[in-house]
Write a protein that binds this ligand. Sequence first.
Ligand code: IPE
Ligand code: IPE
Ligand code: MG
Length: 247
Amino acid sequence: MTEERHQIPQHIAIIMDGNGRWAKKKHQPRFMGHRAGVQAVETIVRHCVARGVSVLSLFAFSSENWRRPSKEVSLLMELFALVLKQQVKRLNNNNIRLRIIGDISQFSNSLQKQILEAQTVTENNTGLTINVAANYGGRWDITESVRQIANKVKVGLINPDDISEDDITAGLTTMPLAEPDLFIRTGGEQRVSNFLLWQMAYTEFYFTDTLWPDFNEQSLDDAIFSFGQRERRFGRTSEQLKDDTNA
Ligand code: IPE
Ligand code: IPE
Ligand code: MG
């Protein structure tokens, strides 16, 4: 493994924000921003493969996004269905595994069926793994994991005193994948908006004003470069880390 390869975050999580503002700047309806956002996803997926990233988690629709005007919500659902229909074959040909994380039970039956099919078709692929977070909320993810533990306690499989952090981690939708190394949010807001809350306890954060449809290969390389400049100490001191590398 070369030094440079070492600097590549293995798991990148992105809040793809700014589609609406991108469209507004061009005097177009918000939906055009979402459509342009899909193009940016394609570009970034290709570039993640080129850079040797293993996992890409993309926030596509949050559990709070149902609060948007119903017209925008239904257009987003249609777009999601269309993208699955058009892209799954291509992803599969490129050895990419697609997983959808989130509460898909709230989606239409046909969309749920499409999602399950897309996951099944690509499940044995060994290249990049993409987690698309759809109707996802970090608090929901943790709650679901805790619910599974509570059910095990109920039937006597676990003693409440033995519940560990690892048990909570084990029930999350992103398992068994490693936690994100780098979190990127486009569009200028500096918040987490209920994305991967538990999983990002030690993730490096990167914010950019670039609107998602404008986020390109160079933008991703800038974020990866910034990541490479960071010292991930995980609670230890800088000196300890240097001692470890010298040893
Ligand atoms: C992100 O872009 C996409 C979704 C939430 C689906 P926005 O739609 O939030 O764009 P802005 O923040 O209004 O510009
Ligand atoms: C967060 O974007 C979710 C997605 C990008 C899908 P929003 O633009 O909805 O986030 P808030 O609500 O403004 O923080
Ligand atoms: Mg937004």
